[in-house]
Design a protein around this ligand. Structure first.
Ligand code: NAP
Length: 340
């Protein structure tokens, strides 16, 4: 069932091999057809996220054989639906969509998404551009707060804290009375977070960073850290935290495996765990609970869960856009759009 005129061919961004942005090119491909419990979304925008960079380099949790269309999340309008009860509900709706890694991603004029967790209705107040960034980081920030509160923690440590996600966690933390001990790597990022109201922001480049981190963790009695950097940072966090603490690694921005001294784990009862949004959602929540989490987060997309936008590029300039984003990630998302 279709809603508007749909062309046969579309412009897509294609990754030829898992070797980074140089392997990106634009290709005309047939517009896919939605199958059972699927919808066809006319794409409006898709951000470049760190997970997309990892995907381009072959370092993400998905690895379907290239050539593949990248793009983890985005937004658009549902223009056709396959068989299945949920599809009809979505026809004509503005939605956020999420790639599950089994099919092509969102960097295309049209994308097929599953009605079972791959497509979410946008609130009227949420623009298509904000909607494009309304799944991965907003739901992860909400998940971090939920994990924090369920564990009875009053303070957490957060690395790569000047990221879009980090800023969301800070805003939610302030609303919910959770002290965030922020770790960043540049003075500009310290200023950025302090200007937004963060009270504890440490620069990992400072010579006495380890002491500052240890003191902050003990002053605020923080027993939980969310670490996006990994490598030696994971060990620095473990060492600074009190006994029986946990470091939850949720990314690998340093491109190095978490490193730690075995004493921390064996004799001090400290643990390292991992977090990935999709498995966390589906192992902790049923569909109704996911929808409730989605509704709550949609209400905050203009405030606590907002992402800044730094630039917009057409698909044809995806290589340049990825390079610009790789050179500096802080300071707002870069959106890819079918046309700008
Ligand atoms: N596991 C999950 O389910 C999940 C879900 C959502 C997000 N994430 C992760 O959360 C992190 C933030 O995502 P985002 O979209 O909010 O990012 P973003 O806004 O693009 O910002 C990325 C931040 O990471 C910093 N950074 C990059 N490399 C670094 C390094 N080696 N050491 C320290 N800092 C570094 C950047 O600083 P510069 O400006 O100095 O480069 C920037 O502040 C990413 O790692 C992402 O993969 C994971």
């Amino acid at each position: 069932m279709s809603h508007t005129q749909i062309p046969d061919q579309m412009t897509t961004v294609v990754l030829d091999s898992y070797s980074g942005p140089e392997a990106l090119r634009v290709e005309q491909r047939p517009v896919p057809k939605p199958g059972k419990d699927e919808v066809l979304v006319k794409v409006a925008a898709s951000p470049i996220n760190p997970s997309d960079l990892a995907f381009l380099g072959g370092n993400y949790g998905f690895d379907n054989p290239p050539p593949v269309v990248p793009g983890g999340e985005g937004s658009g309008t549902v223009v056709a639906v396959g068989p299945g009860a949920m599809g009809r509900y979505f026809l004509g709706k503005r939605v956020a969509c999420l790639s599950n890694g089994q099919k092509d991603g969102i960097w295309a004029e049209y994308v097929v998404a599953s009605t079972k967790g791959g497509v979410f209705p946008l609130n009227k107040s949420v623009s298509l551009e904000q909607g494009a960034m309304s799944v991965i980081n907003p739901l992860t920030a909400s998940a971090f707060l939920e994990i924090t509160k369920e564990g009875g923690h009053k303070a957490i440590v957060l690395t790569a804290a000047a990221s879009a996600l980090g800023q969301m966690v800070n805003r939610l933390g302030r609303s919910e009375g959770i002290q965030v001990i922020n770790v960043v790597r540049r003075d500009e990022q310290v200023q950025l977070l302090k200007a937004q109201g963060a009270t504890v922001v440490l620069n990992s480049d400072d010579v006495d960073f380890d002491r500052q981190l240890h003191d902050a963790c003990h002053e605020y009695d923080a027993h939980l850290a969310f670490d996006a950097v990994a490598g030696p940072m994971t060990g620095q966090l473990l060492k600074a935290l009190p006994e029986n603490s946990t470091v939850t690694v949720y990314s690998c921005l340093s491109h190095k495996a978490p490193q730690t001294n075995v004493d921390q784990i064996v004799f001090q009862g400290k643990t390292i765990t991992g977090f990935w949004l999709g498995p966390w959602l589906y192992s902790n929540k049923n569909l109704l609970q996911i929808l409730m989490l989605w509704r709550r987060s949609q209400k905050l997309i203009g405030t606590d869960l907002k992402s800044e936008i730094r630039a917009r590029y057409p698909f044809q300039e995806s290589r340049k856009a990825v390079q610009e984003y790789t050179n500096q990630m802080t300071g707002g998302k870069i959106l890819l759009k079918p046309t700008t």
